[in-house]
Design a binder for this molecule. Structure first.
Ligand code: ADP
Ligand code: MG
Length: 698
C-alpha cells in the first residue's frame, strides 16, 4: 500500500531531488545561495534550470511559471511552455538559467498604487531560491519576488524577505554579544493555523452574495447556531472527512506539512494547522493551501469559504500566526532554556518582542486590516482591535521581580540578577490558554491571532519582523558600547519592562471594561476599522522604522497605503451593489409574490364567507407590505449613497465615507430584509437560508 512517505513532496524540487539530479559542484553552489544568499552564477543557473526542467517534464509538466504574490492578495502566474522549435520541424523542451532567474510579466494590470506612474509599466519577477519550485497540474511553478523596473517591490514577498534579513542582522549582533560565534543566521518561523467554512456547492451557487463577495449579505439567524458548542472538536462528518483526506494528500505531495485538522466553533467551520517552517516558505505554503482547499472542495461538491465573516451571528474565521525566532543551529530564541546564560538571552529576546509590539501596535493592527477582518476584530469572538500581550502568570511574575528588584518568589532569598540566577523552567504550556488575547506567548512562540482567514500572512510577519529588528537594534547599539555587559543588560531589561508594561495584559480581551482601560488608562491604540488604522502606515515613526531597515522605500509605503484603502473601498462597494441587486431582483419579488398570494387568498375567502375576519392573513399581509416598502426605500438609499461616492477624489476620504455611511445603510437594508425572511413562507424565499447553508453538509 502507498504510504505518505512514498509521495510526500513528490511534486517538489526539494533538496532530495537537487542532490540526486545536480552535479556535486552545482549542488554546492546552489546550497550556498539557498543557505547564505550567495549570488548564483550563470553556469550554475543553467545547470539548475536544465535539471529542474528534466525533472518537471518527467513528472508530466509542459509549462513553467514564475509564481508570485502581487498586492491583490492572491497568487499570480503566467504560463510559458518549455517548447522550442527544433531544426527538423519538431520541438525540444528547453529552459534556460535566464528564464529561471528572471521573468518579465506585464506589471500594468496589477495594483501598484501610483508606482506605475513614476516607474515603468513593466515589471520583473526574480527567483526566490529559498522556496522550492513545485509542480501544480502541468506547470512547474517557480516561487519569485515581483518588482517594478525601478526595483520597487510590487509584491508581498520582497518586503517579507527584506524584513527577515533585517531581523537576522540585528539578532546576530545580540547573539555575538552573548559570546555566540557559531550561529550563521537567525530565521523567523511561522505555523499559521487556517480556519475556513465548508458549504454545499449547489447552495453556494444560488447565493449571489457568496459568489460575488464571499460572505452572506442577507440572512436571518437559523433556529440553531453555535450556542450548543457541539461543533468544536466534534466528530468530523463523512463528506468533510473525505475532503480533508484528499486535501492532506494534495498538500503533502507539495511538501506542505499539514498536521492538525478539526472542527471549529461555528457549524460548518473547520481548521487546518501545518507544522511550522521558515516564514517565507510558510507564507508560500499558506497561499498554496488556500488555493488547494478551494480546488479540492470543488471536487467534493463543496465550496471552501475563506472570508473572515461569511455569516453574521456565528464566529468568523482567522488565521493564528504562531511566530518564533531560531538560529541555523536549531536554537529557538524564544525558548526559556535551562541555564542562566540562556535565560538572560531569552529574556532579552522576549523584551525585544514586548517593546516591538508596544512601539508598533499601530503597524501590527494595520497589517491585518481588511474590510473582511473589520467584521471580526472587536466582535466578541476574535481578539479586539486593541493590541496587548498575554504572557501568563509565571512570566509576568518573573518580569515584575526584575522590574522591582524584588525576589521572584517567597522561596528566593536574593533578588534576581540576570546572568546569575536560574529562572524557573517553563515547560511548554504552563501558561494558561488565553484565547482572547491578540498576541499570546505560548511557551516558546508568540501567537498573533488577529490575522484574517483570507489574508496573506506576509504583511503581519513583515511588521512583526521589522518591529522586533528595531528593538534588537536599539539593544545591540547600547550593549555593544557598554562597559559592563551584565549591568547594562539588567538595566535594559528592567527599563523595557517599566516602559512597556502597559502592553501586557493577562485578562479577558473581549471585556468592554478592558477596551476602556486600554485606551483611557493605558493609552493603547484602538483602531476598529481599516480607514482608522491604514493611514498610520505613513506616520513618521513607522516610515522611519521601515525605511531604516530597508524593508520599504517611502514610495512603496505610499503605494501600499493607497492600495489597501482602495481594496477596502472596492470591497464594500461591490458588497453594496450586490445587496441592491439581490434586494431588487430576488428579495422584493419574492416577498411581493407571497403578499400577492396572501391578498388573493384573503379576497377569495371573503368572497365565499364575507363574515370571515382573516385576522392572521391580513395582519401578515400588512406587516409584509410595510417591510416591502422599507426594503425598497432602503435599497434606493443605499444605491444613492454609493453613487455619491463618485464625488470623492481622495481615497482616504472615500474610505471614511464608506465606513460612516455605506456600512450603516447596508446594515439597515439587511435588518428589514432579514425580518421579511422570518415572515415569508420558505417556498417563496429565493435562495438558501442560514440553516440550509450551515447544516446541510453531512
Ligand atoms: P495549539 O496552539 O492548537 O495548541 P500548537 O501550539 O501545537 O497548537 O501549534 C500551533 C501551531 O504553532 C502549529 O502550526 C505549530 O507548528 C506552530 N508552532 C509550534 N512551535 C512553533 C515555533 N517554535 N515557532 C512557530 N510556530 C510554532
Ligand atoms: Mg493555537
Amino acid at each position: 500500500m502507498e504510504t505518505v512517505s512514498d509521495y510526500f513532496g513528490c511534486l517538489v524540487f526539494d533538496d532530495r531531488v537537487m542532490k540526486a539530479n545536480l552535479s556535486a559542484d552545482v549542488y554546492a553552489s546552489l546550497r550556498k545561495t539557498i543557505d547564505e544568499g550567495a549570488k548564483l552564477d550563470a553556469s550554475v543557473a543553467n545547470a539548475v534550470a536544465s535539471a529542474m526542467k528534466d525533472w518537471a517534464v518527467a513528472h508530466g509538466a509542459t509549462h513553467y511559471t514564475h509564481w508570485f504574490q502581487p498586492l491583490t492578495g492572491v497568487t499570480a502566474e503566467k504560463h510559458d511552455s518549455f517548447i522550442s522549435p527544433a531544426p527538423d520541424g519538431g520541438v525540444i523542451m528547453d529552459f534556460s538559467g535566464k528564464e529561471l532567474i528572471k521573468g518579465e510579466p506585464d506589471a500594468s494590470s496589477f495594483p501598484s498604487g501610483g508606482l506605475r506612474a513614476t516607474f515603468e509599466a513593466r515589471g520583473y519577477t526574480a527567483w526566490d531560491p529559498t522556496s522550492y519550485a513545485f509542480i501544480k497540474g502541468k506547470t512547474l511553478c517557480i516561487p519569485t519576488a515581483f518588482c517594478s523596473y525601478g526595483g520597487e517591490a510590487l509584491d508581498k514577498k520582497t518586503p517579507l524577505l527584506r524584513s527577515m534579513e533585517a531581523l537576522n542582522r540585528q539578532a546576530l549582533r545580540i547573539l555575538r554579544l552573548f559570546g555566540n560565534t557559531d550561529v550563521k543566521c537567525v530565521r523567523t518561523s511561522v505555523g499559521p493555523e487556517q480556519e475556513y467554512f465548508l458549504i454545499d456547492k449547489e447552495m453556494y451557487e444560488k447565493r449571489k452574495d457568496l459568489v460575488y463577495t464571499g460572505r452572506t449579505l442577507f440572512g436571518a439567524k437559523s433556529p440553531k447556531g453555535q450556542e450548543m458548542d457541539d461543533h468544536y472538536f466534534g466528530v468530523i462528518k463523512p463528506r468533510v472527512a473525505a475532503f480533508m483526506e484528499d486535501l492532506n494528500k494534495e498538500l503533502w505531495k507539495l511538501g506542505i506539512l499539514a498536521k492538525t485538522e478539526h472542527n471549529e466553533v461555528a457549524p460548518a467551520q473547520h481548521e487546518l494547522a501545518p507544522i511550522y517552517t521558515t516564514t517565507n516558505i510558510a507564507t508560500d505554503h499558506n497561499q498554496l493551501t488556500m488555493e488547494i482547499m478551494q480546488k479540492v472542495a470543488a471536487k467534493h461538491g463543496l465550496v471552501c469559504l475563506l472570508h473572515e465573516k461569511p455569516f453574521a451571528g456565528v464566529n468568523g474565521s482567522g488565521k493564528h500566526n504562531n511566530w518564533s525566532m531560531a538560529t541555523d543551529t536549531g536554537v529557538n530564541l524564544l525558548s526559556p532554556g535551562e541555564t542562566p546564560y540562556e535565560n538572560a538571552q531569552f529574556l532579552l529576546f522576549l523584551c525585544a518582542v514586548i517593546k516591538a509590539v508596544d512601539d508598533y501596535q499601530d503597524l501590527l493592527r494595520l497589517s491585518v486590516a481588511t474590510a473582511g477582518n473589520d467584521h471580526r476584530l472587536g466582535a466578541n469572538e476574535a481578539p479586539p482591535a486593541v493590541i496587548s500581550i498575554f504572557l501568563g502568570d509565571e512570566l509576568m511574575g518573573v518580569l515584575e521581580a526584575i522590574e522591582n528588584d524584588t525576589p521572584y518568589s517567597a522561596a528566593e532569598k536574593t533578588t534576581m540578577k540576570l546572568g546569575v540566577d536560574v529562572l524557573p523552567r517553563f515547560p511548554r504550556d504552563t501558561t494558561d490558554r488565553n484565547r482572547t488575547s491578540p498576541f499570546a506567548f505560548t511557551g516558546n512562540k508568540f501567537e498573533f491571532r488577529m490575522v484574517g482567514s483570507s489574508d496573506s500572512i506576509a504583511c503581519a510577519n513583515i511588521m512583526l519582523n521589522a518591529a522586533v529588528a528595531e528593538s534588537l537594534k536599539v539593544y545591540a547599539d547600547r550593549l555593544e558600547g557598554a562597559e559592563d555587559f551584565e549591568t547594562a543588560l539588567h538595566e535594559m531589561i528592567q527599563k523595557t519592562i517599566k516602559d512597556h508594561k502597559r502592553i501586557l495584559f493577562n485578562g479577558n480581551g473581549y471585556d468592554a471594561a478592558w477596551i476602556k482601560e486600554a485606551t483611557e488608562v493605558r493609552g493603547l491604540c484602538n483602531y476598529p476599522t481599516t480607514p482608522d488604522c491604514m493611514p498610520h502606515l505613513l506616520d513618521k515613526k513607522n516610515v522611519d522604522l521601515l525605511t531604516s531597515h530597508k524593508i520599504f522605500s517611502v514610495s512603496e509605503l505610499q503605494s501600499r497605503c493607497e492600495i489597501m484603502l482602495e481594496n477596502y473601498c472596492k470591497t464594500v462597494i461591490i458588497e453594496a451593489n450586490t445587496m441592491v441587486d439581490m434586494a431588487r431582483k430576488q428579495i422584493l419579488p419574492a416577498v411581493e409574490g407571497y403578499t400577492a398570494d396572501l391578498a388573493s387568498s384573503i379576497a377569495s375567502k371573503k368572497a365565499v364567507a364575507p363574515e370571515l375576519a382573516c385576522g392572521y392573513e391580513t395582519g401578515l399581509l400588512t406587516k409584509l407590505s410595510g417591510l416591502t416598502d422599507q426594503i425598497a426605500i432602503k435599497t434606493d438609499e443605499l444605491e444613492a449613497a454609493v453613487l455619491e461616492l463618485k464625488n470623492y477624489t481622495d481615497i482616504k476620504e472615500e474610505s471614511c465615507a464608506i465606513r460612516d455611511t455605506i456600512l450603516g445603510k447596508m446594515a439597515a437594508l439587511r435588518a428589514v430584509a432579514d425580518e421579511a425572511e422570518t415572515q415569508t413562507s420558505s417556498e417563496y424565499w429565493p435562495f438558501p437560508t442560514y440553516g440550509d447553508l450551515l447544516f446541510s453538509v453531512k
